[in-house]
Design a protein around this ligand. Structure first.
Ligand code: FAD
Ligand code: NAP
Length: 778
C-alpha cells in the first residue's frame, strides 16, 4: 500500500490549460531530490487512481476557469466533495496544502482553489501549510516560487522526516548543493566589461557597499553582432496569404509580422552600474546618471550589486538527430501530435471560410474582422453565447527569423527525430506530448510550440549557460533570480517579450534549438464568441475579432500582430484580392494571379466544453446585455435567436431586451450597426443605448456603456428586482467589466438607498444566482 510509505504524499492537479499540471509535475520531479515520493494524479482520476478519504497527506494544485468555475478536469472531484450528505468529519484524517492559480482581472479570483480550501476545512481536513494564491495578472511565479520553496520543509515537518529545519526549498538547494549563488560583482572578472575592475571578489564586494558615487560604465552594444539578416521584413498586412490548415501553413509562407527593430531600441546599450574610480568616468557621471534607466538589458543597484539566488539549472533531456536523406511530408503529421486539447468538446474539424470581411473603416483605431465558417457535417452544435476555439499557427517569418537566429535555418525543413538523452538527470524525461517524434523544425516551431509567451525563469536559467558575454550572462542571471523578481515582471512579463526578443536583446546568447523545444510551452488555441444563431444561420458559425497589434518598444524588438488575429487577418487580405481579381480580367486569373478562393480556405476549429453564457430558456425573462467593442459578439447571436423565436411564437409576450453598446466613433467602428438597428425596428431589441467614446459630443453625453447604465439606473434596478432580468457582460476584463460591476453597485446603492457595501453584496448575490453573468477576457 503506497500510504504506508513514510515519505509518500498524494499530489493532485486540476488543470485547464496545463499550468497547474506543469507545476504539479515540477513538484513531483523535485520531490525526489528532497527524498520524498509524490504520487501524482489529475483530479479527474478521483475514485480511479486515488480516494481522497483514504489519504493522510495531500498537496493540491488547481486553476480556475471561466467565471470562477473549476477546470473541467476537477469538476467530478469538486462535485463529489460538495455533496451535502457528507458528514462534517468526513476528511478529519486528511492534512493538505493547496495552491490555487487564478487571474485577479476576473471577479472570482482563484474561486476554485478558495472554495475547495473552504470545503476541505468544512469537512474536517487540516492545512499543514498555508494555502497559496497565484495571480496570472502579475505573474504566477510571484506566488508560486515562494510557496514551493516553503512546501518541502512543511511536508518534511508533517511527515516527520529529517531536513525540515533547513527549509529544503530550491533556494537552499542552490546555495548549499549546487553553489549557484552568484555574487553581484562576478562580472568584474570579465575583461570586456570593466577596465579597472578589482580582481579580488571580496574586496570588490566591500567596495560596492562602501562607496556611494558609483559610475555607470558603458560596456557593449547588445544589439550589434546579432546574426539576423531577415528582420527587415515588411508589415504583414500586405504579405502573402496564409493557407488553411495549421499543418499546411508550415509548408507555405504566411503573413509576415516582423518589422525592423526601432532605432531607439538599437541604440540602447547595456549599462552596468558598477565601481569605477577613473577621472574619465567621473566627468561623465552626471550626464550618464540621468540617462541610466533600468530595462531588460540594463541593471541598476541594488540588483546589479546583489548576490543572486538562481533556479537550479534544468538538466538537458532532449536531442535532435537530423536525417537529410529522409523526406517528410509535414502535412501528413498529426496536429500537435494528436495530443488532446483540454477544453475540446468536439473533435477538431476543418471549417471552410465562407465569408471574411473588415467591419470597421480604414481610420478606425482597431480593425474588426468578421469571419463566417461553414460547419456543415462537423458535429459542432452551438447555442448563442458559446465560443469556438481556433487552432492557429505561428507567423512563418517569425519562425524563420528565430531559427535563423539559432543558427539552424538550413535545417528548417530537414527530417528530424527527437530523442530523449539516455543519461539525462531529468526524472521521467520525455518528448513533450504535443510534439511529434519525427518532424521538422519548421513544423514544430510553426504549429506546436508557443514562441510568443514570455520565457519562464527556468528557460532564462538555461540561456545563461549559452551566453558568452559576461555582462549579458549576469543580467540573465539577475532576471531569473529571486532578487530579480521585480525586474522579471517589469521587463519581461509586462511587455510580453518573446524568446526572439530575448535573443535579440542578448546577442551573445546562442542556445541549441533542442533546449528551446524542452522549454517552450504548447501553442494554445484561441477562443472566439460566436456571433450568430443556429436558427438563422444553420450550418454556419461566425465570429468577430480585433486585430491585436504590438509595437517594438519596451524591450520588444519587432512589431507584431496577435498570433491568431494576425493569421486570420492575412486571410481577409487574400479574400479581398480575390474579389478584385474576379472583378478584373480572365487573363489575370489564367496567369495564376488568382491564387485562392475564399472557399478554399479551411481552418481547424473545435467546440468548447463548460459553456454557460446562454439566454434563459424562458423567453419571457428580460435580458440586459452589455458589450462594448467586440464584446457585442454573443449578443448579436442572442438577438438573431430571439428574433427568430419571436417570429415563430407570435402569441408569446417576450421579455424586454436591453443592449448597452459602446465604440469609439459612430462612423468608424460601430460594428453590426445595420443588424442592431434592424432588431430595433422589429422590436426584438426593446432598448438600445449606444455610447461613442471619442466622437465630439456634449460634455454630458455618455462616453462608456456604464454611463448609459447609470442614467437608466432606476429602470435597470426594477427590471432586475421585479422582473428577474438577467444581466450579461461581455468583452474586456481588465477595465470595462470592473467598471460595469462598480456601476451596478452604485446604481443599487443609489436607487435602493443602501450603503455601497450592501450594494456590493447584492451584486455578488446576483452573480451567485447566475443573474449577473460575465464572459470577459484580458
Ligand atoms: P496573442 O498573440 O495571444 O497576443 C495577445 C497577447 O499579446 C496579450 O494577451 C498580451 O500578452 C500580449 N500583448 C499584446 N499587446 C501587448 C502590449 N501592448 N503590451 C504587452 N503585451 C501585449 N477576442 C475577440 O476579438 N473576439 C471574441 O469574440 C473573443 N471571444 C473570446 C471568448 C473567450 C471565452 C475568450 C477566453 C477569449 C475571447 N477573445 C475574443 C480573446 C481571443 O481568444 C484572443 O485572446 C485574442 O483574439 C488575441 O489572440 P491573438 O492570438 O491574436 O493574440
Ligand atoms: P475595446 O478596446 O474594449 O473598446 C470598445 C469601447 O470600450 C471603446 O469605445 C473604448 O473606449 C471603450 N472602453 C475603454 N475602456 C472602457 C471602460 N473602462 N469601460 C467601458 N468602456 C471602455 O473593444 P475591443 O477592442 O473590441 O476589445 C474587447 C475585448 O474583449 C478584447 O480584449 C477581446 O479580446 C475581448 N472579448 C472577449 C470576449 C469573451 O470573453 N467572450 C468576446 C469578445 C471580445 P476608449 O478606447 O475610447 O477609451
Amino acid at each position: 500500500m503506497p500510504t504506508s510509505v513514510a515519505n509518500r504524499f498524494l499530489l493532485l492537479y486540476g488543470s485547464q490549460t496545463g499550468q497547474a499540471k506543469a507545476i504539479a509535475e515540477e513538484i513531483a520531479e523535485k520531490a525526489g531530490d528532497q527524498n520524498l515520493h509524490a504520487d501524482i494524479h489529475c483530479l479527474s482520476l478521483t475514485e480511479k487512481k486515488f480516494f481522497i478519504e483514504r489519504e493522510k497527506c495531500v498537496v493540491i494544485i488547481t486553476s480556475t476557469t471561466g467565471d470562477g468555475e473549476p477546470p473541467d478536469t476537477a469538476l467530478k472531484f469538486v462535485r463529489r466533495l460538495r455533496k451535502k450528505t457528507l458528514p462534517d468529519d468526513y476528511l478529519s484524517h486528511l492534512n493538505y496544502a493547496l495552491l490555487g492559480l487564478g487571474d485577479s482581472n476576473y471577479t472570482n479570483f482563484c474561486n476554485c482553489g478558495k472554495s475547495l480550501d473552504k470545503r476541505l476545512q468544512d469537512l474536517g481536513a487540516k492545512r499543514f501549510y498555508d494555502s497559496g494564491w497565484a495571480d496570472d495578472a502579475v505573474g504566477l511565479e510571484v506566488a508560486v516560487e515562494p510557496w514551493l520553496d516553503g512546501l518541502w520543509s512543511a511536508l518534511k515537518r508533517f511527515l516527520k522526516l529529517p531536513g525540515a529545519e533547513h527549509g529544503g526549498g530550491d533556494a537552499d538547494a542552490i546555495m548549499t548543493e549546487n553553489k549557484e549563488m552568484i555574487n553581484g560583482d562576478s562580472r568584474l572578472n570579465g575583461s570586456t566589461v570593466i577596465e579597472n575592475g578589482n580582481k579580488s571578489r571580496s574586496a570588490d564586494t566591500q567596495s560596492v557597499h562602501s562607496i556611494s558615487n558609483t559610475i555607470p560604465v558603458l560596456t557593449k552594444d547588445l544589439t550589434n553582432g546579432n546574426n539576423q539578416n531577415n528582420l527587415n521584413n515588411s508589415n504583414s498586412a500586405e504579405s502573402s496569404v496564409p493557407v488553411c490548415d495549421i499543418n499546411q501553413s508550415d509548408c507555405n509562407n504566411s503573413s509576415s509580422h516582423l518589422e525592423q527593430t526601432s532605432s531607439s531600441e538599437k541604440h540602447t546599450d547595456l549599462l552596468v552600474k558598477t565601481l569605477n574610480g577613473t577621472k574619465d568616468n567621473k566627468s561623465n557621471e552626471s550626464s550618464m546618471e540621468e540617462k541610466t534607466e533600468a530595462s531588460v538589458k540594463v541593471s541598476l543597484p541594488p540588483l546589479s550589486e546583489s548576490t543572486l539566488t538562481v533556479p537550479l539549472l534544468p538538466p538537458p533531456f532532449l536531442k535532435i538527430e537530423y536525417n537529410q536523406e529522409q523526406s517528410i511530408d509535414v502535412c501528413d503529421l498529426p496536429r500537435q501530435n494528436d495530443y488532446d486539447f483540454p477544453s475540446a468538446a468536439t473533435p477538431v474539424t476543418m471549417a471552410t471560410v465562407s465569408d471574411i470581411k473588415t467591419l470597421t473603416s480604414d481610420t478606425a483605431v482597431k480593425k474588426a474582422i468578421f469571419v463566417e465558417l461553414d460547419i456543415t457535417g462537423s458535429g459542432i452544435n452551438y447555442q448563442p453565447g458559446d465560443a469556438i476555439s481556433i487552432i492557429c499557427p505561428n507567423d512563418t517569418n517569425e519562425v524563420e527569423t528565430l531559427l535563423d537566429r539559432l543558427g539552424v535555418l538550413e535545417q528548417i525543413d530537414s527530417c528530424l527525430k527527437i530523442l530523449v538523452i539516455e543519461i539525462t538527470k531529468k526524472r521521467n524525461a520525455s518528448i513533450p506530448k504535443f510534439v511529434s517524434e519525427v518532424s521538422t523544425l519548421r513544423h514544430i516551431f510553426t504549429t506546436c510550440v508557443d514562441i510568443r509567451e514570455p520565457p519562464k525563469k527556468a528557460l532564462l536559467r538555461v540561456l545563461v549557460e549559452y551566453t558568452s558575454d559576461d555582462a549579458e550572462k549576469r543580467r540573465l542571471q539577475e532576471l531569473c533570480s529571486k532578487q530579480g523578481n521585480e525586474d522579471y515582471a517589469r521587463f519581461i512579463r509586462e511587455p510580453s517579450l518573446s524568446i526572439l526578443d530575448i535573443l535579440n536583446n542578448f546577442s551573445s546568447c546562442l542556445p541549441p534549438v533542442d533546449r528551446l523545444i524542452e522549454h517552450l510551452p504548447r501553442l494554445q488555441p484561441r477562443p472566439y464568441s460566436v456571433c450568430c444563431s443556429p436558427l438563422t444561420s444553420p450550418g454556419k458559425i461566425s465570429f468577430v475579432f480585433n486585430v491585436v497589434e504590438t509595437t517594438a518598444e519596451c524591450g520588444r524588438t519587432y512589431f507584431r500582430k496577435g498570433v491568431c488575429t494576425g493569421w486570420l487577418e492575412g486571410m481577409s487580405h487574400s479574400a479581398k484580392r480575390d474579389k478584385q481579381v474576379q472583378d478584373t480580367t480572365e487573363k489575370e486569373i489564367v496567369q495564376g494571379i488568382k491564387q485562392l478562393e475564399v472557399s478554399d480556405i479551411k481552418i481547424p476549429i473545435f467546440g468548447r466544453t463548460n459553456q454557460s453564457f446562454h439566454l434563459p430558456d424562458d423567453v419571457t425573462v428580460p435580458v440586459i446585455l452589455i458589450g462594448p467593442g467586440t464584446g457585442v459578439a454573443p449578443f448579436i447571436g442572442y438577438l438573431d435567436h430571439r428574433g427568430s423565436q419571436q417570429e415563430a411564437q407570435a402569441e408569446t409576450q417576450f421579455g424586454e431586451t436591453w443592449l448597452f453598446y459602446g465604440c469609439r466613433h459612430k462612423d468608424r467602428d460601430y460594428i453590426f450597426r445595420e443588424k442592431i438597428e434592424h432588431h430595433v425596428s422589429t422590436a426584438t431589441l426593446s432598448n438600445l443605448l449606444v455610447s461613442f467614446s471619442r466622437d465630439e459630443q456634449s460634455a454630458d453625453a455618455p462616453r462608456y456603456v456604464q454611463d448609459n447604465l447609470r442614467s437608466h439606473g432606476a429602470e435597470i434596478v426594477s427590471l432586475i428586482e421585479e422582473k428577474g432580468a438577467i444581466v450579461y457582460v461581455c468583452g474586456d476584463a481588465k477595465n470595462m467589466a470592473k467598471d460595469v460591476n462598480q456601476a451596478f453597485i452604485d446604481i443599487f446603492s443609489q436607487c435602493k438607498g443602501i450603503s455601497s457595501d450592501e450594494a456590493r453584496k447584492l451584486v455578488m448575490k446576483l452573480r451567485l444566482h447566475r443573474q449577473y453573468k460575465e464572459d470577459v477576457w484580458t
